[in-house]
Design a protein around this ligand. Structure first.
Ligand code: MG
Ligand code: ZN
Length: 189
C-alpha cells in the first residue's frame, strides 16, 4: 500500500533563500530551526522527499555534480538529526525549457511517487513560493506555507495554502499535529 509523505521545498524552507542561487556548497546554509524541525519530522517515521527547482544548473551557474554534492551533505546532516530523506527530486531546467518537472508543474511529485510508491493525495508539502503551493494543490497535497524565503510574496488569485506558519519548525509541528486529521474540504481553503 502506498504511503503518504512529507514533501519539502529546499531554498527558503530548509536553507537560506539566495536570490543569486546556491552555486557552491558554501552557499548552502541551513536555517537555525532546521535541526529541530527534522527531529520532529523524524519522529513521524514517514517518507521525506525534497522537491527543488534548481534552474541554476540550466543557466550554467552551477552543475548537477555540485548540486548532488550539496544534497549528499544535506542528507547526511539530516540523518544525524534523526530523519531520513527518501529522495531529493531536482528540476535542473530553466523556465524556457518547458519541462514537466519545474514547479508549479507536478513532475517532481509524480516522479517521487512512482519511484517510492507514495500516495500524493493527503501528503503534505512545505514551501515558501507560490509555485510550491500551486504544485501542491495540483497533486492534492496539503500545503503548508512558511514565511521564510519568498514566503511574503503574494499567491496567485484563488490559490491558498491550508496554513501559513513562521518557518520549518512550526511547519513540522503542524504536520505532526495534523498527520491523522482529514484535510479540510477544498471549498474552505
Ligand atoms: Mg523555495
Ligand atoms: Zn524540469
Amino acid at each position: 500500500m502506498s504511503r503518504r509523505a512529507v514533501f519539502l521545498d529546499r531554498d527558503g524552507v530548509i536553507n537560506q533563500y539566495n536570490s543569486d542561487y546556491v552555486r557552491v556548497p558554501s552557499d548552502f546554509e541551513f536555517y537555525p530551526d532546521a535541526e529541530e524541525a527534522f527531529r520532529v519530522l523524524g519522529t513521524l517515521s514517514v517518507p521525506i522527499v525534497i522537491v527543488t527547482n534548481q534552474s541554476g544548473i540550466g543557466r550554467g551557474y552551477t552543475t548537477k555534480e555540485i548540486v548532488d554534492t550539496i544534497h549528499a551533505g544535506m542528507v547526511k546532516k539530516v540523518e544525524r538529526w534523526g530523519a531520513t530523506i527518501t529522495s531529493v527530486e531536482v528540476c535542473p531546467h530553466t523556465p524556457t525549457d518547458d519541462c514537466h518537472c519545474r514547479k508549479p508543474a507536478d513532475g517532481l511529485f509524480t516522479r517521487a511517487a512512482e519511484a517510492h510508491d507514495l500516495q500524493l493525495t493527503g501528503s503534505f508539502l512545505v514551501g515558501d513560493s507560490w509555485s510550491d503551493i500551486v504544485s501542491a494543490r495540483r497533486s492534492n497535497l496539503r500545503a503548508v506555507r512558511v514565511r521564510t524565503g519568498r514566503g511574503a510574496e503574494p499567491l496567485p488569485v484563488g490559490v491558498r495554502a491550508e496554513v501559513t506558519v513562521d518557518g520549518l519548525f512550526e511547519a513540522a509541528q503542524w504536520i505532526a499535529e495534523h498527520w491523522d486529521t482529514p484535510p479540510p474540504r477544498p471549498a474552505s481553503w
